[in-house]
Design a binder for this molecule. Sequence first.
Ligand code: AHM
Ligand code: MG
Length: 311
Amino acid sequence: MQLDEHLKTFGTEDHLQQVIMSCAQGVYEIAALVHTGAALGYAGSQNIFGEQQLKLDVASNDILLKVLGEQSLVDYVASEEMDDEQHLHVSNTEEGGAQSSGVFSVAFDPLDGSSLVDVNFAVGTIIAIYPKGSFIGKKPGEMHAAVIAVYGPRTTLFVAVKGKGTHQYLLTDGGFMLQKEALKIADEGKYFAPGNLRACVKNPAYKQLVDHWLTEQYTLRYSGGMVPDINHILLKGKGVFTYPGYMDEPNGKLRLLYECGTMTFAIIEAGGIGSDGKMSLLDKRVEALDQRSPIFAGSKKEVEKAISFFV
Ligand code: AHM
Ligand code: MG
């Protein structure tokens, strides 16, 4: 079944469906760039995090801005590759002011894990569809839908719609086809994906957690890309992904708006949980676009166990 047909089966609202389909078109175009290596190399610019941008980062960002701009449903956009949030469409009012006609605000990390592209590891795109308006003050729990792509040997897509579950689609010659409906993450499962292992040196709690996983003979499934790592949890239906902070970087590296909140939304729609160690990431307010957050996400009991080492 095609993506748009499947979205209709669970009553996805028309406007939301249109924006999801635009995101899918963007993923289709980004996949072509990733798979051919057409835009490898540095762009010669930096993002707000001071990270070198790859040509692929910039090209993927441009693709998403283009596809989202093709209809008038999007109000604000924010991207890991842009300095600030911006209105996608602004029209002038009779009084001479400016107003946006959008219904949704869309935040994205156009190519997460892009430092892995040159070695041909899997990478991803993370897109969050929120109600209209600025992202500042919003919580990931307000999201209408998450659209997450994995560019591996195959291009696959997760779409999570609030209250309607997380589903997986496969990019084929005929478009995105439903592959797995209503993914389900079990409460327990012995897979671990330990991001920021370097933090063990300055965060003994993390080292103890890793020792626990090793002693209990958990299986390591870690690629260095958050999207393929969480993809593993969603598809195997169990496991835990962690990216804690440490003394110098108490919030770690991953961003609440662009990465942690959106991935958690898809995990929670599949029956798992996602926390910063203290609270659900869905309840955490976005105070700044570039706000970072620790993340512990996946199977409920595995996440709770992991967090217990840090309290
Ligand atoms: P990016 O958005 O700059 O690509 O960084 C995000 C990626 C995640 O996919 C991954 O979990 C993390 O960086 C790994 O970072 P590190 O190996 O530096 O800890
Ligand atoms: Mg990223």
